[in-house]
Each structure stands twice: as C-alpha cells, then as structure tokens.
Design a protein around this ligand. Structure first.
Ligand SMILES: Nc1ncnc2c1ncn2[C@@H]1O[C@H](COP(=O)(O)OP(=O)(O)O)[C@@H](O)[C@H]1O
Ligand SMILES: [Mg+2]
Length: 448
C-alpha cells in the first residue's frame, strides 16, 4: 500500500490486506461526504476566527488564548508589549531630541521586532512618517529606497509650494526619480529636502540582507543624512551582537548612532507579559504557575509566550480556565517537543551522542549561560557556572569548551567581537537543552 492509499484509502478498523487487496480498495465507492477524512485531525475553529452566537465558552477562551500569547508573531498591540518601557523611552529621546540613528541588536526572540512595531505606532501618533521594512536576502538599495520615496508626499518637499499642481495631484518623492539606479548620493540629496515632517526608516532583520553593497550603502546614507541635518532617521535592528558588525564600513558615523542591546526581560517584565496574556485570554495563572514560567523563561519573552500558551491549552484540555503549575509542566513538555523539531538532524545526533557520553548536565549548564547572555558563552561565565556550588565537578571551563567544540561540534568560537566567547552552532540547541532540563527537574520533583 503506498503512502496515498495508506492515508486516504484505509479506514479505521480496516486490516492491512497487502498488495492483493489494493485494486479492490481503489475501486471501492468513495465514502459519503460526511465520513470523508474521518480519523484525521481537524482545525478546531473556523478561519474567520469569528465568534458565532452558538460558540461554546471554551472555544471562545481558546481563541482568546491564541491571541493572548503569540510566540510565532511579533507584538503589534502596544497594550501587549511588556517590560520595555525604559528601552522605548531611551529610543524615543534619542530620536526626538538627539537626532540619532538607532541600532537595536540582540538574539532572535528577544523582542526586537515587537519593539520596532510599537515604536513605529508611537511615532505615527506624533505624525512622523514611518516606513517599516523587514530585510531579506535579496534586499538591495535601489528598490528599497525607491519604495520609501513613494511614501513621502511632495507636500513635504522643501521646494514645493503647498498649492502647486504636483501636490494637488498627490505626487510623491518617487516621482522626482528617473530610470537610472538610485544612488546613495541621490537618495541623500532627496532626503535632505524633507521638510515639515520627520521620517523614520525602520530596517528590521538588517543582518539578513545578503548583498555586500547594501550595508555599506546604508552606512554611507546614515553619514550623509547626518551631515546634512536631514529630517530622516534610520532605526536598524538585527541579531548582530555588536554594533561594529553593522557600521564597520564607515567608522565616522559612530557618533551619529546609538547602539542599544535588547536585554533579557526582568522577572517583573515576564510577570507583566503573563498578566497581559491573562487579561486577553480570560484565563488565570496561579502564582506557582507564574513562578514556574518565570523560572523557565530566563527573561526571554519568546519562551515565556510559548510556555504560557501551551500551559493555557493544557488547562483547557482538562476544561479549566485556571492554569496551575501542573498545566505549566504539561505545557513545557509540549514546548520541548516543538523545540526538538527545530534542531537539524545532524546536530541532534551529535547532541545525543554527548548526552549518552554523560555530558547532559554540563550541556544544560552551558545552555543556561547562553540564554542568559544573548546566546553567547563567554569563557569567564562558563568557568563561574561550572564551578559554582552544586555544579562543582563538572570539569574546568577550557576542557569543557574544547570538548564541546572539537569532539561534539556543538559549539563554536563566536564570530562577534566579544572577547573569548563561544556560541552554540544553532540557537535552537540552547533552548532545547534548557527546557529539557527544566522538564526533567520538574518530573523528578513530582516523583519525589
Ligand atoms: N515585550 C514583549 N511583551 C510580550 N511579548 C513579547 C515581548 N517581546 C517579545 N514578545 C514575544 O516574543 C516573541 C519574539 O519576539 P520578536 O519581537 O519577534 O523578537 P525578535 O524580533 O527579537 O526575534 C514574539 O512572538 C512575542 O510574542
Ligand atoms: Mg524579529
């Protein structure tokens, strides 16, 4: 029986009759519509996500829960952004008062995109023109900045009279461009003509932009618009640990840029994230549940959101809207399965070998250090962690780092300019190992 018939031709209870029966199965009349697909999993709600009159209370809560914790999507609603008030204040002051360009950096999942969306909304409220762009491998200067020009009405051009025909016609800065490729000089010149408003160009995932020229051009653009006192500012975000990665090309722009590392959230920040989710879902977390989420999240909003959502589903599966600490355990197991799927098979094999060879505890400790340090493994931190109280006997840091990098190839010297640090070959490993340790510890405690 091939994969197709084994999936669609066989109904529950049918014995596999081998090759001879396949013709019979193929000729059998299709089952009535009502029976088709029986036994396959189904979506629980309708795509419109609308609540009908007859929607059961639990379906309603489930729907709200999906909106309350969105680990796969950045936060768009300012009311749902937890714990980033000080950072946002710093960003706003730097933009508004100091006319600085910003570079926001930090690991995946720390909340950069969420912060950028909320910042963009706040800026628009103050009538800034804001253009948010998520960079990709093929991002290049001409099409990107051409599309930005489309968004600036000629109304904001210093040399056009507001009553002019062009403005009445609704033309934009893009209409001043010809067919030739848009150069940094031309873009800078046009940006220096912006008047009567301020423009923020937000470039997210800047490190993903693959073209070598692109970063260089953006660095030059920042220098030009700063030198000309333009009303245009750039806000750049990426996973680069270190600013220099982004601005190596034009060192003199350093004084025009404020680099901000997005730190892990505090415990209060995570508590706020859960409290927001509680509000939005209509579910309640017990204080022990909250504690366990906080312990697991290590200040990473992505992890808190993922565990919060799975814990909520675990509670709903037992028809409760109160999420207790056992629901969080169940949620953590789900999260572990989810993280497991994200690790590349070859890396997974090497990790399993290291675990079989007795290095699980060491690896979990390394993972914990990584999650608390922007996914980096600074040698000094490793030494401190491996020698601290309950971990004594895990071996010395240098030996451990050598073994994990040379024998198991699970970590590698970090490419960023942080003195003497390593990083896991894949961020997913750190998340997986840490959550695995938490779930095992929790299981042990329950068994005791
Ligand atoms: N301040 C926050 N409050 C609540 N949830 C957050 C916050 N920051 C991030 N998250 C959650 O964490 C996940 C990752 O955030 P994101 O902004 O996409 O991070 P990054 O862009 O750094 O990879 C998002 O799905 C979002 O749900
Ligand atoms: Mg992002």
């Amino acid at each position: 029986m091939n994969w197709f018939s084994s999936l669609f031709g066989k109904r529950e209870g049918d014995a596999d009759q081998g090759g001879t029966a396949s013709a019979e199965i193929a000729l059998a009349p299709p089952p009535p519509a009502s029976e088709r697909g029986r036994g396959l999993p189904r979506f629980r709600g309708m795509a419109a996500d609308q609540l009908g009159v007859g929607t059961r209370r639990h379906d309603r809560v489930r729907l709200n829960l999906r909106r309350a914790f969105t680990p796969a999507r950045p936060i768009m609603d300012p009311a749902m952004l937890a714990g980033r008030t000080d950072l946002l204040r710093t960003m706003i002051r730097a933009i508004e008062d100091q006319y600085l360009h910003l570079v926001l950096f930090g690991p995946r999942g720390i909340g950069k995109t969420s912060i950028l969306h909320v910042l963009s909304g706040i800026a628009r409220e103050s009538r800034y023109l804001v253009r948010y762009i998520s960079c990709g491998e093929r991002t290049s200067f001409d099409p990107l900045f051409r599309s930005v020009m489309v968004d600036i009405p000629l109304l904001f051009h210093a040399r056009y009279d507001p009553a002019s025909a062009e403005i009445e016609e609704g033309l934009s800065f893009a209409d001043l461009l010809d067919e030739s490729p848009l150069t940094v000089d031309r873009a800078s010149e046009l940006f220096s003509q912006v008047a009567g408003t301020r423009l923020l160009i937000v470039l997210d995932e800047f490190d993903r932009a693959g073209e070598a020229d692109f970063r260089q051009s953006v660095a030059e653009l920042i220098k030009n618009v700063s030198d000309r006192g333009s009303q245009v500012q750039l806000v750049i975000a990426g996973v680069a640990q270190n600013l220099t990665e982004i601005i190596t090309h034009v060192p003199s722009i350093r004084r025009n840029i404020l680099g901000l590392r997005v730190p892990n959230m505090t415990q209060d920040g995570i508590a706020e994230l859960i409290s927001n989710g509680q509000h939005a879902s209509g579910m309640t977390f017990t204080s022990k549940a909250l504690q366990l989420i906080n312990l697991t999240a290590l200040g990473l909003p992505y992890l808190a959101s993922l565990v919060g959502q799975h814990a909520g589903f675990a509670a709903l599966d037992r028809s409760s809207t109160t999420i207790d600490h056992a629901d969080v355990h169940r949620g953590i197991s789900q999260v572990l399965a989810h993280l497991d799927l994200r690790i590349a098979p070859d890396v997974r094999q090497r990790m399993e070998q290291a675990i079989r060879d007795g290095h699980e505890r060491t690896l979990s400790r390394l993972a914990q250090v990584a999650l608390a340090n922007s996914f980096l493994l600074p040698r000094a931190e490793i030494a401190r962690e491996l020698n601290s109280g309950s971990n004594a006997g895990l071996g010395n840091a240098t030996e451990t780092l050598e073994r994990m990098s040379k024998v198991y190839r699970l970590i590698t010297p970090s490419v960023v300019h942080v003195a003497d640090a390593y990083a896991f070959v894949d961020d997913g490993i750190a998340l997986y190992l840490w959550v695995r340790m938490i779930s095992q510890d929790a299981a042990c405690r329950d068994a005791a």
